[in-house]
Every structure is written in structure tokens, then in C-alpha cells.
Design a protein. Structure first.
Length: 366
């Protein structure tokens, strides 16, 4: 087995291994990267600058050692830098939800990272390569390119960005592909919301969420309950609070697969990164705690794949069965859409607006 093959083997072990503790490490890796991007002002959805900034950070020897220590919690290193360095870079690329290819020759492997072409367009990326055989994926960024969000001094202390030893736990469940998998995901999101509201295991996290909510309302000067949800959604749309990050990918039998990461609200605030599932779950929990009815809407919002479910957001109800009446203070409606990712795309605007969608199905939570 040459070095290139060994990197592939170890990346599969790290990203797709059967040990669910690896998912905890991957979550920490995502938080480290997210804090790095926040510190250097990399805009959300600018995937090229994310990859460049991460590459520059790890070109610093001290940061590289700390990244190696973190990744080493989920895989055994060889001691050969020709193998270990691309293993670390590849592990972080997969943790960020990117597609990778192991290039280079058999002795000196390198990691080539890709993002979806439509993401590249949204990110304003002009310098990319269309790769034959990868359909809508394009290669972006490399370790030698300069980033306008990087100061060149390499003084990012990765370890101080996040407590790498905080207690965490992960549960793992295999979800089938296609519509059956989508329905299973909606069911799990509903179950998690109900468990979060009732289970003593989440008591401390609920206290954290209550504290966050009080601080947000105080900061924004909101006292009317009808304005609570807009205040919360506006706060979540700030990338310095929660930064959008795609679900992780993993390598399995030389093919890139995807996994769903669903994070409880307190952990989302703690790590500061998540995608539409995590933000939807956060809104579901805090809305229910405020006495509102909650619906999860899974929709197909991608013009290129109109019949594929690609997004999830909330529909909240003021006239729910618990007797909470009134209307939303901003929209004046009894039912209001809350899509934090859409608000992020609209730079904080767009509360109460449903994004364009082609197909959908709803799951009533409360």
C-alpha cells in the first residue's frame, strides 16, 4: 500500500468509522474552523476563502500541532508527515462538508477540495476548475493562494478558540436514501424537539437556552411576546452567533458520502456552527418553549433539482391547541415562516418570508 492509498484508508477510518465518538471529534473540528472564520471575518457561504484561511492557519507550525492533536483523537497517525499532513487537511475538509480527491503521486499525496458549482457561483468564486467526471463539482482554493481574510502572520491560536475537552456525546443512526430517508429525518427532528422539552437529560441545556433568550430580548429591548420570534431569528442570522456550515461529508469505499448532523440548541450556541437542520431544530425548541405551535417544513428549493428535498425551515402558529392566541408582531399573521438560513442569505432581512420552493411536506411537532 502506497502513501496515497494509506491516506485514503485512514481518512475513511476517521470520517466514517463505526466509533460514534469520532462524530464528537468532527463536531469539535467544525467548531474550531467556524471560530477561525469568525475571527478573520470570512463571510458566510464564501467557501473558497474558508478553505484558503484554513490552509493558511495550518501552515503555522503551532496551529498544525494543535490541529493534529485534535484530529488524533479520532485516528492514529503514522509519524510520516507526507501522510499525516494531507490526512489532517482532508479530515478538516470533510468535516466542513466538502468533497475531496486525493491527488499527487503514490508517495506524496495531496488533498484537492471541491464545492458544488452553484455554491461557487454564490460565493463569487472566479478561479476554479471544472472537473471531468464530477458533474456539478468544482475545485477551489489551494494552500499557496492568498486570502483577503488572512493577515499573513499565522497567529491563530486554535486551541484557545474552543475548549477541546468539553463533555459531548453523539448518537448515530443510519438513515435510508430518498424520500424514506427524508421522512425519517423529519421524524427524528420532531422526536428530538419533544425530548428536548421534556427529558431531564436536557435540563441544563434548556437553562442555557433560557439565559440566551433573556439576554437577546434585553439587548434588543423587546418586551412584547409577539416580537420574541423575530428577535431570536434576527440574532441567529448573525454569523458571529451561529455560522452556517454544511453537514460533514465522509469517505467510504473511495466515494464521498454525506451525513446529517443535528445539534441541540445549547450545543449549537456553544459550537457556533450549523446548517438548516440545526437552525430549524433551534427555532422549534425555543418556539415551543414560548407556547407556539410548531411545524417543520422540508422543501425542495434548488432550481437545478426541483424534485429533491434540500432545505428545512419552520412554520410557527400563534393559534395553536394550547390556546396561545394573537399574531406575530412583525408580520401581523397567525402563522409565520421562520427560515434563518434565508435570512442569512438576505443579510438579516427576510423574516416571515418563505423561500421559493418547488416541493414540500410538513411535519407538525406541537
Amino acid at each position: 500500500m502506497n502513501n496515497k492509498q494509506l491516506v485514503a484508508k485512514l481518512l475513511e477510518e476517521q470520517s466514517a468509522g463505526s466509533d460514534r465518538d469520532n462524530d464528537v471529534v468532527i463536531g469539535k473540528m467544525r467548531a474550531v474552523a467556524g471560530n477561525l472564520f469568525k475571527r478573520y471575518g470570512v463571510p458566510e457561504f464564501d467557501y473558497q476563502s474558508e478553505l484558503e484561511t484554513l490552509s493558511h492557519a495550518f501552515s503555522n507550525d503551532e496551529n498544525y500541532k494543535k490541529a493534529k492533536k485534535l484530529v488524533g483523537q479520532s485516528v492514529d497517525f503514522t509519524g510520516d508527515d507526507r501522510i499525516d499532513r494531507p490526512l489532517i487537511i482532508g479530515a478538516f475538509a470533510l468535516a466542513l462538508g466538502n468533497v475531496i480527491k486525493i491527488g499527487g503521486d503514490g508517495n506524496n499525496p495531496i488533498i484537492v477540495q471541491y464545492v458544488e458549482k452553484n455554491f461557487a457561483a454564490k460565493s463569487g468564486i472566479s478561479d476554479f476548475q471544472i472537473v471531468d467526471g464530477l458533474g456539478g463539482w468544482v475545485a477551489v482554493g489551494n494552500s499557496s493562494s492568498s486570502s483577503k481574510y488572512w493577515d499573513g502572520h499565522g497567529k491563530v491560536n486554535v486551541e484557545k478558540q474552543i475548549n477541546l475537552n468539553r463533555p459531548s456525546r453523539a448518537n448515530r443512526e443510519e438513515i435510508p436514501p430518498g424520500s424514506e430517508g427524508i421522512k425519517r429525518t423529519a421524524k427524528k427532528m420532531k422526536e428530538l424537539t419533544l425530548q428536548y422539552l421534556q427529558d431531564d437529560f436536557f435540563a441544563n441545556d434548556r437553562k442555557l437556552l433560557h439565559g440566551w433568550a433573556r439576554n437577546v430580548l434585553k439587548k434588543k429591548g423587546v418586551t412584547d411576546r409577539s416580537d420574541y420570534m423575530k428577535a431570536f431569528a434576527d440574532e441567529l442570522s448573525d454569523p458571529l452567533v451561529v455560522r452556517y456550515m454544511k453537514d460533514p461529508t465522509y469517505l467510504y469505499k473511495n466515494a464521498i458520502q454525506s451525513k446529517e448532523f443535528l445539534t441541540i440548541p445549547g450545543k449549537l450556541l456553544d459550537t457556533g456552527v450549523g446548517d438548516c437542520d440545526c437552525l430549524c431544530n433551534f427555532v422549534s425548541c425555543i418556539s415551543a418553549m414560548c407556547g407556539l405551535g410548531v411545524t417543520i417544513r422540508i422543501a425542495g428549493c434548488n432550481q437545478a433539482r426541483k424534485k429533491s428535498y434540500s432545505h428545512v425551515y419552520n412554520l410557527l402558529h400563534y393559534n395553536n391547541e394550547n390556546g396561545t392566541g394573537g399574531v406575530d408582531g412583525f408580520t401581523g399573521e397567525k402563522d409565520v415562516f421562520v427560515d434563518v438560513v434565508y435570512q442569512k442569505r438576505m443579510q438579516g432581512k427576510g423574516y416571515g418570508i418563505e423561500p421559493r420552493r418547488f416541493i414540500f411536506f410538513d411535519t407538525r411537532v406541537i
